[in-house]
Write a protein that binds this ligand. Structure first.
Ligand code: COA
Length: 246
């Protein structure tokens, strides 16, 4: 794959690394980054070699400090902005990736940065991480899935408090409410993400992908339909397993 303006893409055996790479503006998310991510995620989706993906931010200060406010202020008309979103549905692509995605989060994780982290399957925070949705303070609301993904991760009351007060929460609190899986010292962030990715990569990849699919798709269904989905996917997993052992 070629190189990208705003994101670094690397592959090491079965692990893929995506690094948001605009550290001078705290990796804020602009249109170019969305286009770059779209291409990278599309390629990962079809890459059978990739067993797990790690997403991280370049620089010391931030994973991502949200949407690029300079673009926000000069944004084209809402109609064009919406059209760009449809054409570049990076968030939908994220949620449809078959491989587990691990977000390695440090420093500021704000607005779209938090929305991006919420599209991942597992979140590991450095002890210096700070999370928040400042959108309401700016007179807007999150528009990259945050109002839907946050309550699915932390529950309705916690999500509403975070969204409506725009307050920042630290890594410890994020862990206590289930927003992140794990908190580690800053220096151990990448090693911890890699350890998790390696563990996943060492397992049966069919089973890993099917388990992810059952959880992600099932969360959008009523329980009875979710159980039916699990029955079908478990049947598929047994069939795959039998095929491997014969
Ligand atoms: N969009 C564009 N540029 C941003 C940005 C964003 N979301 N967040 C930070 N930057 C830029 C700053 O303008 C600054 O650029 P400069 O050096 O050319 O002036 C650089 O990144 C460093 O940020 P700075 O504000 O100096 O760092 P800080 O440590 O004092 O403050 C934050 C960090 C995150 C508290 C502050 O940058 C901030 O509030 N950013 C906006 C966050 C936000 O509202 N995001 C959601 C948008 S919906």
């Amino acid at each position: 794959m070629g190189s990208f303006q705003t994101v670094i893409y690397e592959k090491n055996e079965s692990m893929a690394y995506i690094t948001l790479n605009r550290p001078e503006v705290l990796n804020s998310f602009n249109t170019q980054m969305r286009d770059d991510m779209y291409q990278i995620l599309g390629a990962i989706k079809d890459d059978a070699e990739v067993a797990a993906v790690i997403i991280k931010g370049a620089g010391d200060k931030a994973f991502c400090a949200g949407a690029d406010l300079s673009e926000f202020l000069t944004a084209p008309s809402p109609v064009i902005a919406r059209q760009i979103r449809w054409e570049r549905d990076v968030w939908g692509l994220f949620l449809s990736l078959p491989q587990p995605i691990i977000a390695a989060l440090h420093g500021y994780v704000l607005g779209s940065g938090l929305e991006l982290a919420l599209c991942c399957d597992l979140r590991i925070a450095a002890d210096d991480a700070q999370f928040g949705f400042p959108e309401v303070e700016l007179g807007i609301i999150p528009a990259a899935g945050g109002t839907q993904t946050l309550p699915r991760v932390v529950g309705r009351a916690q999500a509403l408090e975070i969204l409506l007060t725009a307050r920042r929460i630290d890594a410890e609190e994020a862990c206590a409410i289930g927003l992140v899986n794990l908190v580690v010292p800053r220096a151990e962030l990448l090693p911890a993400a890699e350890e998790m990715a390696r563990k996943i990569a060492s397992l049966d990849q069919n089973a890993v992908r099917l388990a992810k699919q059952a959880v992600v798709r099932g969360l959008d269904l009523p329980l009875a339909e979710g159980l039916e989905l699990e029955r079908r996917i478990a049947g598929q997993a047994f069939k795959n397993r039998r095929r491997q052992t014969h």
